[in-house]
Design a protein around this ligand. Structure first.
Ligand code: C2O
Length: 545
């Protein structure tokens, strides 16, 4: 591989959407931010310089960071934030991965404006296991807030209520013609007839799982989260925040001068308020002889907001390619079985405050009834210097016993505990983790993201997980492998991974509001005995708290 250098200058830039101009935090003045292009095996040196008042930290979502945990990026987990006027060089090598990922800010709600694609091509001379695309196009979904998203979340946390929803969804930063004032802010993809396009689709939205479809066209799913899958055709795909999906789009012969909407709209089952609006972009067939005016427009049909049966059927179709060249190395023997509950709950309101959460409480969210309290120094640094005291405790509870019918009537007490607890794993532990959605404040799908690993999704179902019967149906042959999985609304999901990467690895719901409410925890993977199984010392420029 080669070494590639990037420079990210974090600075303010005026951006206008929906006829609303605001000064916002950007990378290099771009929105969305720049695309990182690399090949499998390359080393990346990305210098991030902070010219704004906010503390900054950038995460390379889905990059495995083998022996490079100091470059992972979540603030107060692997590093202290980059303060105003300071810089940090993220230094990592892409090992055994190729496909689509993305980078985003990993502090407060700054990822609303700080995000961009990561495209990893195969090693030189290695073809895709599907038809060679004529062109490759990133499609990155986001959310636009007329307000400052930092103000939106800090206000919500102070009042204990839910944050204001965004004002629009975006495709490549653009809102599309169905929103007010947006006709000129429309992403257009000009295509030729009968060609294969590879769409690299990324959901960087803060709080919404999305359905996506292109009118009158079939999408062939070929890759999710950098893992090739058995190709299949669908009219619509589902993508949670934190997930990526590569699709082949074969353009048609018979539409020399037509245009089609590409559209995305949310999938949501919770009781909160959702923006059920539709973001559109345009697929435009180009025929040089025809005038581009008065083109016929075709609109896709998208599933309805709470179409869980579509979500379930779509998700079930995803299987690893599991070929000789791209095997599915599912851990067959499990060293440790863990069971986590994930869901919403409440915290008591602070004295002298009026809180807007349920029954005058504050909204909270938890894993195994622990709402994660952010430390004031980075966990990885505390671990490395052997000073965990007062920073974190190594006693994350992995089989909560307080309530057994997780999807039945909720208990009267919705309160969750708080703490900075990590789960410690010896190097190379083979882990099976079942995550169970709870109905404490209503059932909801939670896209859980694990840093530092891909995992295999070996099983999922509705209702309560049954450790006696459900494992009999686990798929250990070709389960989909990914870094973010939806814990089904009112159900459970089982994943397996091998803890072969020393460091502290964050795991959280990728719905930003749930992360803010505490739906997060960290794994601490200890060093192995060999030199290449140890976390190296921190780089000299690692930011200090
Ligand atoms: Cu993309 Cu910790 O997240």
């Amino acid at each position: 591989g080669v070494t590639r250098h990037y420079k990210f200058d974090i600075k303010l830039q005026n951006v206008t959407r929906l006829c609303h101009t605001k000064s916002m935090v950007t990378v290099n003045g771009q929105f969305p931010g720049p695309t990182i292009m690399a090949r499998e095996g390359d080393r990346l040196l990305i210098k991030v310089v902070n010219h704004v008042q906010n503390n900054i930290s950038i995460h390379w979502h889905g990059i495995r960071q083998l022996q490079s945990g100091w470059a992972d990026g979540p603030a107060y987990i692997t590093q202290c934030p980059i303060q105003t006027g300071q810089s940090y060089v993220y230094n990592f090598t892409i090992v055994g991965q190729r496909g689509t990922l993305f980078w985003h800010a990993h502090i407060s709600w700054l990822r609303a404006t700080l995000y961009g694609p990561i495209i990893i091509l195969p090693k030189p001379g290695v073809p895709y296991p599907f038809a060679k695309p004529y062109k490759e196009v990133p499609i990155i979904f986001g959310e636009w807030f007329n307000a400052d998203p930092e103000a939106v979340i800090s206000q919500a946390l102070q009042t204990g209520g839910g944050p204001n929803i965004s004002d629009a969804y975006t495709i490549n930063g653009l809102t599309g013609p169905l929103y007010n004032c947006s006709a000129k802010d429309t992403f257009k993809l000009k295509v030729k007839s009968e060609k294969n396009y590879l769409l690299r689709i990324i959901n960087a939205a803060l709080n919404d799982e999305l359905f996506f479809s292109i009118a009158n066209h079939t999408l062939t799913i070929v890759d999710v989260d950098t893992i090739y899958v058995k190709p299949f055709d669908t009219d619509t795909l589902l993508i949670t925040p934190g997930q990526t999906t590569n699709v082949l789009l074969k353009t048609k012969l018979h539409f020399p001068n037509a245009s089609f909407f590409m559209a995305a709209r949310p999938y949501a089952t919770g009781q909160g308020t959702f923006d059920n609006s539709t973001v559109t972009a345009i697929l435009e067939y180009k025929s040089p002889k025809q005038s581009p005016k008065n083109l016929p427009f075709f609109k896709p049909n998208l599933p309805s907001l709470n179409d869980t049966s579509f979500a379930t059927n779509y998700t079930k179709r995803l299987k690893s390619l599991a070929s000789v060249q791209y095997p599915a190395n599912v851990p067959k023997n499990v060293d440790k079985h863990f069971f986590f509950t994930v869901g919403l709950g409440t915290n008591p309101c602070d004295q002298n405050q009026t809180c807007q959460g349920p029954n005058g409480t504050k909204f909270s969210a938890s894993i195994s009834n622990v709402s994660f309290a952010m430390p004031t120094t980075a966990l990885l640094q505390a671990h490395f210097v052997g000073q965990s005291n007062g920073v974190y405790s190594p006693n994350f509870p992995f089989s909560p016993a307080h309530w057994f019918n997780y999807t039945g009537n909720p208990p009267n007490n919705t309160m969750v505990g708080n703490g900075t607890k990590v789960l410690v794993l010896p190097f190379n532990t083979s882990v099976e983790l079942v995550m169970q959605d709870t109905s404490i404040l209503g059932v909801e799908s939670h896209p859980l993201h694990l840093h530092g690993f891909n995992f295999f999704v070996v099983g999922q179902g509705f209702g309560n997980y049954d450790p006696k019967t459900n494992p009999k149906n686990f798929n250990l042959v070709d389960p989909v492998e990914r870094n973010t999985v939806g814990v089904p609304s009112g159900g459970w999901v089982a994943i397996r991974f091998l803890a072969d990467n020393p460091g502290v690895w964050f795991m959280h719901c990728h719905l930003e509001v749930h992360t803010s409410w505490g739906l997060k925890m960290a794994w601490l993977v200890l060093d192995g005995k060999l030199l290449n199984q140890k976390l190296p010392p921190p780089p000299a420029d690692l930011p200090k708290c």
